[in-house]
Design a protein around this ligand. Structure first.
Ligand code: SAH
Length: 483
């Protein structure tokens, strides 16, 4: 079978759907989205179609199909659950030269409905020639993740400027170069990150400017890479990783995640270890500024979320002072990643009504914490960077009234295939660290909720299952200080 993918204009055109069930409803919905005039022929309607009928979105003929129903129809969909009815509809339509789609019977179809990625007015249609609708849906899902939801707004913006750009650049080649510069430069990115007014004024300036085609300006993306499992990246993080020219990453970012950056992107390691900064923070801040000034799209990849113990604020402050455009993408922070993968809800109606995140690293050998705020009833305490001060931390909490028997968990390399969860009590924490030779990065969760792990644990690391003998990435995850 040969197919020609085309887009048909259906606004106001009569279309027929035969069948009153959920499949018919889905097809009718698609037709309604293209503003067709839909008639449904079926003795009974499902709830969704009935709603459409009541709202007068569709016309309903409450009976079996008759040949005259097809009169003047632009296209027909046979979606009844009776194969014989569907075959009859297909024959009637074909005899009259009307396009027909029969659900689950590609051999009877004269057109097939593709899977759609809808970014109105942009539409991406995926078809497999009827071979596998499931495959088409999977492909569609992939495209959904790659194409920002605001693509439609981008297309609308381009449409609004089309005539002006045409007048400004009468030559097709210049026009194409202009649009390419706009779309691969900041306009698209400004729009995708919700800064529509800035995108507009950038376009205006570029059009009014005397330069033929404006130079692309650099930008910095401060992106949270999540706690380790690459699947926990956001769509936006992945998209920016695939378009950045240079990537600055640190110790907490797993190699599999760095590997997802554009193949030819320059990769710069700026990682730190506890007490041994390989690149001082000020130098990282400056490097971001310099690279962006060179016109590059710079991706600053941080473990977890950039604004939770991530010094994201400091890096952005420098960029803002220097007038470099930037955007910030949140990531799954270690607390929520580790808690979920360990089966420990951070809040719970019976056990925890609040949750505090605290940095447990030592300053001059001491912990500077607001103990009374930490020791509160029904509160979960999550300690980041606590490995080296854990003895002091548990003593401080106990001295301030927290029960020594309070359940506590150590989550080592959380969310990765080498995750290890060790449950103990508040007073037992420091001993366990030595006993089990716990390695960073480690997150500590203290509170009644830890008990729930007994029932809720679900993620089995390969270490526990014995599937993996060799460490996946030995040194890369050994973070200690904020990255
Ligand atoms: N911005 C990061 C935190 C950086 S501070 C975030 O939002 O997650 C570094 C600390 O985070 C580590 O010392 C450790 O306590 C914690 N951490 C980060 N990733 C972790 C992981 N995969 N498992 C356990 N703890 C982790």
């Amino acid at each position: 079978m040969g197919y020609l993918p085309i887009f048909i204009e259906l606004e106001g055109k009569p279309c027929l759907v035969v069948g009153g069930g959920v499949v018919a409803a889905r097809k009718a919905q698609r037709l309604l989205q293209s503003k067709a005039e839909v008639t449904v022929v079926a003795p009974v309607l499902c709830v969704e179609l009935e709603t459409h009928r009541v709202e007068r979105a569709v016309r309903h003929l409450a009976r079996e199909i008759l040949p005259q129903d097809l009169l003047g129809c632009c296209l027909v969909v046979a979606a009844s659950d009776d194969a014989e009815v569907n075959r009859r509809v297909a024959r009637l339509a074909q005899e009259r030269g009307i396009l027909v789609n029969v659900v689950d019977a590609p051999q009877l179809c004269t057109f097939i409905m593709p899977s759609i990625v809808d970014r109105d007015p942009v539409q991406i249609a995926v078809g497999t020639g009827g071979a596998s609708p499931v495959l088409a849906r999977l492909l569609r899902a992939r495209l959904e993740t790659l194409i920002p939801s605001s693509y439609g707004r981008l297309a609308s913006l381009m449409r609004a400027f089309r005539e002006r750009v045409k007048a400004r650049f009468p030559n097709t080649r210049d026009r194409r170069r202009f649009w390419e510069a706009m779309l691969s430069g900041p306009v698209a990115e400004l729009l995708f990150s919700g800064r529509e007014n800035m995108a507009l004024s950038y376009l205006e300036q570029a059009l009014d400017g005397s330069a033929d085609v404006p130079d692309a300006v650099g930008e910095v993306y401060l992106v949270g890479a999540g706690p380790g499992d690459a699947d926990l990246l956001t769509f936006r993080a992945l998209r920016l990783m695939q378009q950045a020219d240079v990537v600055l990453y640190d110790r907490l970012v797993a190699p599999e995640i760095v590997a997802l950056a554009r193949r030819d992107a320059e990769r710069i390691y700026v990682g730190k270890q506890r007490d041994r900064h390989s690149l001082p923070q000020a130098e990282i801040n400056q490097a971001l500024v310099n690279l962006a000034r060179e016109g590059k799209r710079v991706l600053r990849l941080k473990g977890g979320d950039p604004f939770i113990f991530g010094r994201g604020g400091e890096e952005i402050e420098t960029l803002s002072q220097e007038g470099i455009p930037f955007q910030i993408v949140p990531g799954v922070t270690a607390a929520s990643g580790c808690a979920c993968y360990a089966g420990i809800p951070l809040t719970h109606r019976d056990f925890a009504h609040s949750c505090v995140f605290v940095a447990g690293h030592l300053k001059d050998g001491a912990l500077d914490l607001n103990w009374s705020a930490l020791v509160q009833p029904k509160q979960t305490i999550v300690v980041y960077m606590g490995l080296h001060g854990l003895d002091l931390l548990s003593r401080g909490l106990i001295d301030n009234g927290l029960s020594p028997a309070m359940p506590a968990a150590l989550v080592e390399r959380g969310t990765t295939l080498r995750q290890r969860v060790i449950c103990t009590s508040l007073e037992g924490l420091a001993k366990k660290i030595a006993e089990c030779e716990v390695q960073p990065p480690v997150l500590v969760i203290i509170g009644e909720v830890v008990k729930l792990r007994e029932k809720l644990a679900w993620f089995e690391s390969t270490q526990q299952s014995g599937l993996l003998e060799e460490p996946l990435f030995r040194s890369s995850l050994e973070g200690g200080t904020p990255g």
